[in-house]
Design a protein around this ligand. Structure first.
Ligand code: SF4
Ligand code: SF4
Length: 403
């Protein structure tokens, strides 16, 4: 196919978004290029000899029965058993149309169960419909939901064909003007056990939850007579969309920090033409806090996270070009994952925003972290031992209801 990396997809004209970018803290430069999914590190691990290794292949094989059960705490058979079971719904979706070259939720959006109903429900009040959609999204299992305008800059220039890891078109239907962005919170206690295979169960639960919620909510919208493309990691970069939809602020650890769960969330999205009202980006002091904090960068074993201010681009082709932000060296990060044969989220665990915000004292701490007291809050966070690893055995010994 012909490449047009600097152009927006053919289904809508490019629009200047300066005002909304400012509100979201997004800075796009003149050398901006839409991202090719083939360049993400998980795709490169299959076709790029500089990333692909025996370790990376073992990493991807690890969700089957042939998992690597070592004797070390957090990497025993029962740790891998829990993690892999947590992933099983997302893995089912990923595998169900592999014979057609699709990997739903990762390289391709979910295939619809039924097309949109022939009869369209009239929507006279997009605000009321948005409130209804958010209620249904939460009924179907997500914890946070926001709505933003379709922004073609974040849509992958091309998708990856999993049969040969070549580029393929990333076409979306016409007129999908709205994006519903959802977040699934991750288990606080499991995340404290990173790095371990056990802690990876928190990620697996997030992905499996997403697969279910995205399938159900997108089918609900189609049942109302509207188009809905259900998407997890596929099709578009969800991080900027989550920021635009008001779900949180972007942090040095490359994650969206939410008020409700800090960085401990997984995001998914649905592209739709259902008339909806848009949320506004929300700021609660994360950018300023990340400017004085380096906990994630200090704690990262392969030193994949930046210590300096946000910059345009990144160390290698897995960084989107022309967006000013904190950018990880994904080659270093994934190399560490592959060696461990399990994912890592130490940078999520140690983040001072990784707290249980159901507790009033933690909500107070979050509020103070957004004020001039942020240096004191950072000092206290370290002094009180937040972010330290909890032994995986501690999680296994916890009783239901332990907080
Ligand atoms: S996931 Fe682990 S290796 Fe990757 S940036 Fe975070 S701490 Fe570093
Ligand atoms: S650890 Fe500190 S610098 Fe890193 S994302 Fe969290 S608040 Fe920002």
């Amino acid at each position: 196919m012909a490449e047009a990396p600097n152009q927006y997809p053919g289904n809508r004209p490019s629009e200047p978004m300066a005002e909304s970018d400012r509100a979201a803290g997004i800075e796009v430069g003149p050398d901006f290029e839409r991202f090719d999914q083939r360049d993400d590190i998980f795709s490169r691990a299959f076709w790029d000899e500089t990333v692909r290794s025996d370790d990376s292949m073992e990493f991807f094989r690890g969700h089957g029965h042939a998992f690597d059960a070592r004797r070390g705490q957090g990497f025993t058979q029962r740790d891998f058993a829990l993690r892999n079971a947590a992933w099983s719904v997302a893995d089912d979706y990923a595998d169900r149309n592999r014979d057609s070259g699709l990997r739903e939720g990762f390289q391709d959006p979910q295939e619809p169960r039924f097309p949109p109903a022939a009869q369209r429900l009239a929507v006279n009040d997009p605000n009321a419909m948005t409130a209804e959609i958010k209620r249904v999204a939460k009924l179907f299992g997500c914890d946070l939901v926001g709505v933003t305008a379709f922004d073609p800059r974040w849509v992958y220039a091309t998708r990856t064909d999993i049969r040969n890891f070549e580029k393929k078109p990333n076409d979306l239907p016409e007129g999908l003007d709205n994006v519903i962005v959802m977040a699934h919170g991750m288990d606080y206690h499991l995340v404290k056990a990173y790095p371990s295979a056990l802690a990876g169960a928190a990620v697996g639960m997030g992905y499996s939850g997403e697969a279910v919620t995205v399938a159900q909510l997108s089918q609900y919208i189609r049942n109302l007579g509207y188009q809905a493309v259900g998407s997890m990691n596929d099709t578009a970069l969800v991080i900027p969309m989550a920021v635009q939809a008001g779900l949180g602020e972007y942090g040095r650890n490359q994650m969206v920090i939410t008020e409700e769960f800090g960085p401990r969330v997984r995001f998914s999205k649905i592209f739709t033409d259902l008339p909806l009202a848009h949320d506004k980006p929300k700021k609660f002091g994360v950018t300023e806090f990340c400017t004085i904090c380096r906990r994630c960068a200090d704690a990262c074993p392969p030193k994949a996270l930046p210590f300096g201010p946000p910059e345009m681009g990144g160390a290698n082709r897995s960084a989107i070009k022309g967006v000013k932000k904190w950018t990880a060296d994904c080659e270093k990060c994934f190399g560490f994952w592959a060696k461990m044969r399990s994912d890592c989220a130490i940078c999520m665990r140690v983040c001072p925003y990784n707290k249980d915000f159901s507790k009033p004292i933690m909500r107070l701490a979050r509020r103070l972290a957004g004020t001039k007291l942020r240096r004191l809050m950072l000092w206290l966070d370290i002094k009180l031992g937040f972010g330290e690893r909890v032994a995986p055995e501690t999680w296994w010994r916890m009783q239901v209801g332990d907080g």
